[in-house]
Ligand binder design. Structure first.
Ligand code: E4P
Length: 216
């Protein structure tokens, strides 16, 4: 399972990269705004800065919601850097834009996916990634992991190439459950990634090893 970090914060991206486990980055307009990145030029420069830190795919989301606008923006984003993946919402115009961009060899990430039906359409259109939002489903008392498992099963059944990128991850158990059901990628904030490291028995065990070593 690949690990992407879900942030536009360059320090956090660097920290995950330094850990040696980072395979890519996802951003969205809210995450860019959270970092105070505003205006087309600044936003585009920030995507390039992210690409220069990581080795893998970097999702950059379109703002347009019409077909012409999405493909114009998508092509401009893709031209910024070879690592850019154009992130497009699963709406009618979005499906058309994914089909168009995929046919041109541009990688796409179909976002805001909350049902298996939407995931089937994203795959039919040729999306590179499909992003089911786990946490936002859990927030409305619907099992987000169950959706990831359902999409994985459908894609495996038909040998579909679209990768299941589990998004809207809130905690470490989401990551572990995504691994259990066979998600191709998880994208999560830095905290849940670092949370996977923590275990009190590791800390106690290490302290004892070092104490015993120093007694010699
Ligand atoms: C990723 O592609 C999404 O933009 C992100 O995971 C959404 O997460 P949230 O539901 O915590 O905002």
């Amino acid at each position: 399972m690949k690990f992407f970090i879900d942030t536009a914060n360059l320090d956090q991206i660097r920290e995950a990269m330094d850990l040696g486990i980072l395979d890519g980055v996802t951003t969205n307009p809210s995450l860019m705004a959270k970092e105070g990145i505003r205006g087309d030029d600044n936003i585009r420069k920030h995507y390039v800065d992210i690409c220069n830190i990581v080795d893998g795919d970097v999702s950059a989301e379109v703002i347009a919601t019409d077909f012409e606008g999405m493909i114009r923006e998508g092509q401009a984003l893709a031209a910024l850097h070879p690592q850019i993946v154009v992130k497009i919402p699963i709406i009618k115009e979005g499906v058309k834009a994914i089909k168009y961009l995929s046919a041109k060899g541009i990688k796409t990430n179909c976002t805001l996916v909350f049902s298996a039906g939407q995931a089937i359409l994203a795959a039919k259109a040729g999306a590179t990634y499909v992003s089911p939002f786990i946490g936002r489903l859990d927030d409305i008392s619907t099992d987000g992991i169950e959706l990831v498992a359902q999409i994985v099963d459908i894609y495996r059944y038909y040998d579909i190439d679209t990768q299941v990128l589990a998004a809207s991850i809130r905690h470490t158990m989401h990551i572990i459950q995504c691994a259990e059901v066979g998600a191709d990628v998880v994208t999560c904030p830095l905290d849940p990634i670092l949370g996977l490291l923590r275990h009190p028995l590791t800390d106690i065990g290490l302290e004892k090893f070092l104490t015993d070593h120093n007694k010699q």
